[in-house]
Ligand binder design. Structure first.
Ligand code: ACM
Length: 623
């Protein structure tokens, strides 16, 4: 009898402690207070929608569909257990446009905000409070009081659809996922050397020719073969204007604004394949199939072996730009249009007489000033369509156009310079926000130009010291897709680093804490696993650091994961849990041998096994 009683008590305690455990919300809310009540989703549930706002109604419908998907249905008449949604009559300035309050007790869920966007964000939090697997009519969530609002208004992700094409459904899936983490700007990199992806009705060749290239596989660069004569361009695709409207509409239902990017004057080979007359040399071209066409000398210096820039001295170019932005402005209701401006090669301008004469006539002392002349004219075109122009930080060179917003990618310095000139800035530095960079050891991850671990991306701080924060709109992660051929891999490269960005851009700076973040991230791994969405778990892998001490090769192992142990062997044996538990740096002896190492928790492997030959370790020391 007694035993059964204690077993029952233990069982109840266990259930309750599971429910009242610290929440797993990403990004972490401004404030969260647990109460000791539980809300049970049973079939006695009703809705109490205290607003007529149509956008809010749409968001409520989405949440109803989410519940229906979990087998949770509603009573068809009012009940005493309800989900209450309301908009504040008097604007609550602390919450702003996107904040919300959420109170959950045993009888009701109360979600309130100033605007529909806040209701949307509140629903994202509420969805994360659900257990990963739910049971019909008995799903429980823990009572709490949450107050929450974002630190920054620009919380972006960029997807490059030029280097690889992503279908309408894939773009929607990408948008859908980012919205769940309260990211609210989708920067759509629509054009580049390897494909023009947006239908421009007045310039049909942009997509008839510019959207297609010959099919090639594997890494971009020297190993890809140039198109053979008469080879058909079969890889690619583009979005029709109807499809674009559909995606814009889809994004608005997810509280996401799309910022379209048309990258000019550089990165324009696809456009020039269609209209070669817009370049200086006017030579016919093809859309680059990822073959090598540039020499990179480090320090941002490079040479384009094929001309991929528009001619900034030709009036026809401005007519072209005007046509493109007229249609782009009509398709995208957001405030901003991105004009690229990055990595424009000036070599073909420098060696052309007409261009040089134009510069003398217009008193432009170098090609930076010529590029600035171009950017300023583009800014006038974009603002004439009722939009604000944003560009990569190269638009600072030679003088920044009035009213331009700067997206700082080559570190933070461009952003700092722009703020000094009282321009608005989005921080998107390679060092913290480039999602194409490798996430872990190169023996198990593609080696790209650089590395960016989850832990490093979590240390991103968009407001540099001494900079007036009012000019920093926010920040953004960028997924360039030279090495990302499909959607599952796009998710793999984006997450979990986008969790880190989301928390940096939404949550108060003082709330950020790695141990708490990685704990919640591990919970979200399970959420992604449950929907079979590909996500990187590279953060579990041991980080291998080798160095020479007293002429011996030494090795240090670590990871950033809580409650874990690292095991290793250095004698070509496996599995590694029968080797050594890592307790401090160790010597790698001479010989034909490999280091094998792996992370464990409770004797179960939680990382991949790394296997690195000694000769490779030596090379790492020498780098
Ligand atoms: C860039 O990464 N070229 C903006």
């Amino acid at each position: 009898m007694h035993t059964r009683f204690f077993t029952l008590l233990f069982f109840i305690f266990f259930q309750l402690s599971a429910i009242f455990a610290q929440h797993n919300i990403i990004p972490i809310p401004v404030s969260y207070t647990a109460t000791n009540e539980v809300f049970i989703f049973d079939n006695q549930l009703s809705y109490d929608l205290k607003t007529n706002d149509s956008q809010t109604k749409q968001y409520v419908e989405q949440f109803q569909n989410f519940l229906l998907g979990k087998g949770i249905s509603f009573a068809d008449k009012p009940t005493d257990k309800s989900i209450q949604i309301s908009l504040y009559k008097n604007f609550n300035s602390e919450l702003g446009d996107e904040g919300y309050t959420l109170e959950i007790n045993k009888k009701s869920i109360n979600l309130s905000a100033n605007k529909a966007a806040g209701i949307f964000n509140g629903f994202q939090t509420l969805k994360q409070l659900f257990p990963i697997t739910t049971k019909n009519n008995s799903t429980k969530i823990a009572g709490c009081i949450i107050k929450d609002y974002p630190r920054f208004k620009w919380r972006g992700l960029m997807l490059d659809v030029s280097r690889h094409f992503f279908t309408v459904d894939e773009v929607k899936a990408y948008i859908n996922k980012m919205a769940e983490y309260k990211l609210n700007v989708f920067h759509w990199h629509l054009t580049d050397d390897q494909g023009w992806r947006i239908e421009i009705k007045s310039l049909p060749k942009l997509t008839e020719i510019g959207a297609w290239r010959v099919e090639r596989y594997g890494r971009f660069g020297k190993t890809r073969i140039e198109p053979n004569p008469n080879e058909k361009a079969t890889y690619g695709g583009f979005y029709t204007q109807e499809q674009i409207k559909d995606i814009v509409n889809y994004a608005s239902k997810k509280n996401i604004t799309i910022v379209p990017e048309i990258d000019i004057p550089g990165h324009s080979m696809a456009a020039l394949a269609a209209y070669p007359e817009l370049s200086v040399k006017k030579e016919s071209k093809y859309v680059v199939p990822g073959t090598n066409f540039a020499e990179w000398y480090g320090n941002g210096k490079f040479k384009m072996l094929i001309e991929n820039t528009l001619n900034p001295t030709d009036e026809k170019v401005y007519e072209f730009v005007d046509k493109v932005f007229t249609e782009v402005a009509q398709l995208f209701p957001g405030e901003y249009i991105h004009m690229g401006g990055d990595e424009a090669y000036h070599g073909y301008w420098e060696e052309n007489e007409t261009v040089q004469n134009f510069m003398i006539k217009n008193n432009l002392k170098d090609t930076h000033e010529l590029q600035s002349y171009f950017v300023k004219r583009v800014e006038k075109i974009i603002s004439s369509k009722g939009k604000k122009m944003i560009g990569w930080d190269e638009i600072l060179e030679g003088g920044l156009a009035d009213g331009a917003t700067v997206m700082s990618w080559r570190g933070m310095k461009g952003g700092i310079a722009a703020v000094k000139m009282e321009h608005e800035v989005v921080m998107s530095p390679t060092t913290f926000a480039y999602l194409d960079y490798s996430q872990g050891d190169h023996t198990v991850e593609n080696k790209i130009y650089a590395d960016l671990s989850l832990e490093k991306s979590y240390t991103f701080e968009p407001v540099p010291e001494g900079v007036d924060p009012k000019y920093i709109l926010g920040g953004q992660g960028n997924l360039w897709t030279e090495v990302v051929p499909n959607l599952p891999y796009a998710f793999y490269m984006t997450y979990p680093r986008a969790f880190a960005l989301s928390e940096t851009l939404w949550s108060p700076k003082e709330k950020k804490n790695w141990d708490s973040f990685i704990d919640r991230t591990e919970h979200h791994f399970k959420r992604f696993d449950a929907t079979k969405t590909n996500i990187s778990k590279a953060v579990y892998d041991p980080i291998v650091h080798v160095y020479i001490e007293n002429d011996t090769l030494m090795c240090e192992l670590k990871n950033s994961i809580l409650n874990s142990e690292i095991y290793y062997t250095i004698d070509n044996t496996y599995p590694v849990q029968f080797g050594f538990k890592y307790e401090g740096s160790f010597e790698i002896p001479e010989g034909n041998l490999s280091l094998r190492t792996q992370t464990f928790r409770n004797n179960k492997p939680i990382s991949r096994q790394l296997q690195i030959h000694r000769t490779e370790l030596i090379k790492r020391v020498q780098k």
